[in-house]
Design a protein around this ligand. Structure first.
Ligand code: GLV
Ligand code: GLV
Length: 326
């Protein structure tokens, strides 16, 4: 009999068709995520689950799905999945690394440039009739060339972001990571430092660390206070790494110059949130991987993980390979 698979949202056809060729699939038709009780009900008799970063996969869900053999997350990040609970049940979890590295680095650079040059504020002013003349002292931003970039979390995406800004703008690169990264040091002349040194020395701070208990709230009032008053802060990883009240206060008081955020906490960020009211804060709705080719590539990786999992084979991209030993 064909494996049964629940797909928690419509993903690109390249992925759906590959899964449908080998499995009976139930695709959640909503634009919004399935509510948790609905998700539990739908996976109850499933062998595989395609989840999104908006779907919580936890012990309660696993308990409701005794046949589940694989969770294939349509994302590189997997903080929505309780991985230890999956491992304990022997359920491998797949993700989509690599596919979205370039698209995400592009958004990090876009946010960095836009925040540095006050693009959102000045474009809004032009549209609203506040462009009165060419102003010698109007809309002054920050330069990039030769400045120092601090990459918090030198993984694939951090590296790709640093490579763009080092190669294109000659930026000096500092980074944090669990240890020195030989390729970053060699190719980008980058230097491994601790977070305090990175914050003190960087003109631009771009966050690429994953969300886990040790990174939650990593950026609070103390961290913003250590940054330069001219510094630009960019986050394309996960919202909960940042204490948003502290960020808002730092932006309002001029403790930091500007921020560009692709991720917030919660998502969506409600339209009346104080961060939207700050002209030096640019927020886009978690679009870093949102290109046609990137989402297609993610769908292919996601399908490959799912199909391997329902067959009992090792996933091409697995975050808990030890699950198979359970
Ligand atoms: C998006 O945030 C992802 O983790 O792929
Ligand atoms: C994610 O793909 C990362 O390593 O940055």
């Amino acid at each position: 009999t064909r494996p049964k698979v629940f797909v928690a949202r419509r993903i690109p056809d390249e992925g759906l068709n590959a899964i449908a060729a080998a499995c009976d699939i139930d695709v959640w038709p909503g634009q919004l995520p399935p509510p948790p009780d609905e998700l539990r009900a739908r996976v109850a008799d499933c062998d595989g689950l395609v989840s999104l970063l908006t779907d919580r996969v936890d012990a309660a869900l696993l308990a409701a799905a005794p046949r589940l053999k694989v969770v294939s997350n349509f994302a590189v990040g997997f903080n929505n999945v309780d991985v230890p609970a999956c491992t304990a049940r022997g359920v491998p979890v797949g993700n989509t690394p690599g596919a979205l590295t370039d698209a995400t680095a592009d958004i990090a650079v876009t946010l960095l440039l836009a925040a540095a040059r006050r693009i959102s504020e000045s474009a809004g002013d032009a549209r609203a009739g506040r462009w009165l003349t060419w102003e010698p002292l109007g809309w002054l931003g920050q330069d990039l060339a030769g400045r120092t970039l601090g990459i918090v979390g030198m993984g694939r995406i951090g590296f790709a972001t640093a490579k763009r800004l080092h190669g294109g703008w000659g930026m000096k690169v500092l980074y944090t990571a669990r240890g020195p990264k030989a390729d970053a040091d060699r190719e980008l002349g980058a230097t491994h430092v601790d977070l305090d040194e990175l914050l003190a020395r960087s003109d631009y701070v771009s966050v690429h660390a994953d969300l886990n208990p040790t990174t939650k709230g990593l950026f609070g009032a103390a961290q913003f206070a250590k940054m330069k008053r001219t510094a630009v802060f960019v986050n394309t990883s996960r919202g909960p790494l940042v204490d948003q009240a502290a960020l808002a206060q730092a932006l309002r008081s001029g403790t930091v110059f500007a921020a560009g955020l692709d991720v917030t906490d919660p998502e969506p960020l409600p339209p009346d949130h104080e961060l939207y009211g700050l002209p030096n804060c640019l927020i886009v709705p978690h679009i870093a991987s949102a290109t046609i080719d990137t989402r297609n590539a993610m769908a292919r990786l996601c399908a490959n993980n799912l199909l391997a999992g329902v067959r009992g084979e090792p996933l091409p991209n697995c975050v808990n390979p030890e699950a198979r030993k359970q």
